[in-house]
Design a protein around this ligand. Sequence first.
Ligand SMILES: [Zn+2]
Length: 74
Amino acid sequence: MKTKWGSCNPEKGTIWLNLELARKDIAAVDYVILHEIAHFVSPRHDTTFIAVLNHLMPNWRQIRADLNAAPLTD
Ligand SMILES: [Zn+2]
């Protein structure tokens, strides 16, 4: 799974993060890490995946919207 902010390899248990995240709000960093960890539970953005996000970070949709609304480099 790969996005502009992060990617993961559940088989190897590894996560990569875009270093541009270091310039973002800490909540955005938490969201991207959580997103990638949730892919260890489900590889797809399915109901199981969404349930993990909803459980651990109820406001994840707002955080994602704020992150994606910002340019990649300010
Ligand atoms: Zn994803």
